[in-house]
Design a protein around this ligand. Structure first.
Ligand code: S3P
Length: 423
């Protein structure tokens, strides 16, 4: 297979959620460009509309105006769909609002842990009622929160950190979050872009307030970069190709997200970073990828938060590399959209590769054997895309149980894949 041409990944999912939420919390009009139009972003938009914000339809290639309003008690249950970020960030925002809201999600989201967020929010003063321990659906009633809050998170998670910072914003509470390792910092960057008083030092983030009258958010324009996690699949296609070169334009290369590039370089990949620029507080660049023979590597526990969503794709690449690759301490993969830890290993084995889970580590041994077999995606978008990419290789035959889940984060993924490949 040969790759050629240039392509732009869709808008960053993490930044889109945050931008929509902050815009909806403002009492003014906000202009967003580069918004992701995938199912997860639509879940956040829908929930914000239920709370009273004016959020238009999310359409690819079009700017979006959001009219922020004072939030009101929603009429129905807030359905977060498949989106953990929607559920956890909204819980944070709602902790600062004096009305009760009920949140739920699809079958996958209803299996994911929520106490990691509801426990600190309860400690801040929110009242949470669960039906099933640690799971959606649940209701939250916020209001009079403690006068300040410091939280030491047991898990490096941007969703936990952001939920607390957003509760601090909506509840008028100075907050500090300390993480065991640094997670993605999009919330911090957006807060700073808006002129909020936020200090980040190493693994500790302190938010003192938005400045002016709390919680005032001035009107703003924001340009959202392409999603690094979506770009990672395109990078992989370029690396696995037999010949050619692929340019992936306008990719967010925030260092707390671009850990996969560091690991790929260590594995011997040739990914050139060009046209680096800073756009609305986030670093952006073009990535130029050429086919490469990869070597196995060890991905350390501290590297994991910076590439957590890229592990399905990196594991797939490791299956084609020379030697063994170990992903250390990736237990968090068990509580993603599916049990990714087990499913990555199981599906690689179904294709004839060697992969195993050893405690919380994932071990993949590379080979040249053609990958052939059936993959159970469990309707997890990143599994569908990662194994879809492996199926593009010469000699491979990968049958996906479904491919539609790609629309959760990357609508049109398989069309884009076909576009960059020439057989
Ligand atoms: C996200 C944080 C990560 C990531 C998820 C998006 C975010 O989750 O896996 O896809 O936007 O904050 P955790 O915070 O649970 O690690």
């Amino acid at each position: 297979m040969r790759v050629e041409g240039s392509i732009r990944p869709p808008g960053d999912k993490s930044i889109t959620h945050r931008a929509l939420i902050i815009a909806a919390l403002s009492r003014t009009r906000v202009q967003l460009t580069g918004v992701l139009t995938a199912a997860d972003a639509k879940s956040t938009a829908r929930v914000l509309r239920q709370l009273g914000a004016g959020v238009g339809q999310l359409r690819r290639g079009q700017g979006l105006e959001v009219r922020g309003k004072a939030w009101r008690r929603p009429k129905g249950t807030l359905n977060c769909g498949n989106s953990g970020t929607t559920a956890r960030l909204m819980l944070g925002c709602l902790a600062g609002h004096r009305f009760e809201s009920r949140l739920t999600g699809d079958a996958s989201l209803r299996r994911r842990p929520m106490r990691r967020v509801t426990e600190p929010l309860t400690a801040m003063g929110a009242v949470v009622k669960e039906v099933t321990r640690d799971r959606l659906p649940l209701s939250i009633c916020g209001g009079s929160l403690s006068s300040s809050f410091r939280f030491r998170s047991p898990v490096p998670s941007a969703q936990i950190k952001s939920a607390i910072l957003l509760a601090g914003l909506t509840g008028g509470v100075p907050t500090t979050v300390v993480e065991p390792a640094r997670s993605r910092d999009h919330t911090e960057r957006l807060f700073r872009y808006l002129g909020f008083d936020l200090e980040a030092k190493g693994k500790e983030v302190s938010f003192k307030g938005p400045g002016g009258t709390w919680p005032r958010i001035e009107s703003f324009d924001l340009q959202i970069p392409g999603d690094a996690s979506s770009a990672a699949f395109l990078v992989a296609v370029g690396l696995l190709a037999d010949s050619g070169q692929l340019r992936i334009e306008n990719v967010g290369v925030n260092p707390t997200r671009a850990g996969f590039l560091t690991v790929l370089h260590r594995m011997g990949a040739c990914v050139v970073v060009e046209n680096e620029a800073e756009v609305c507080g986030e670093p952006v660049a073009d990535l130029v990828v050429s086919p490469a023979r990869l070597n196995g590597t060890e991905v350390t526990a501290t590297e994991i938060p910076g590439l957590i969503d890229e592990i399905p794709m990196l594991a797939g690449l490791a299956a084609r590399a020379e030697g063994e690759t170990i992903f250390r301490s990736v237990g968090e993969l068990r509580v993603k959209e599916s049990n990714r830890l087990v499913l990555i290993a199981q599906n690689l084995r179904s294709l004839g590769a060697t992969a195993d889970v050893d405690g919380d580590d994932l071990v993949v041994v590379g080979s040249d054997r053609p990958l052939r077999g059936r993959v159970d995606t469990a309707r997890d978008h990143r599994l569908a895309m990662a194994f879809g990419v492996l199926g593009t290789m010469r000699g491979a035959k990968v049958e996906l149980s479904e491919a539609g889940s790609a629309g959760v984060s990357y609508p049109g993924f398989f069309e884009d894949l076909a576009m960059v490949m020439t057989r």
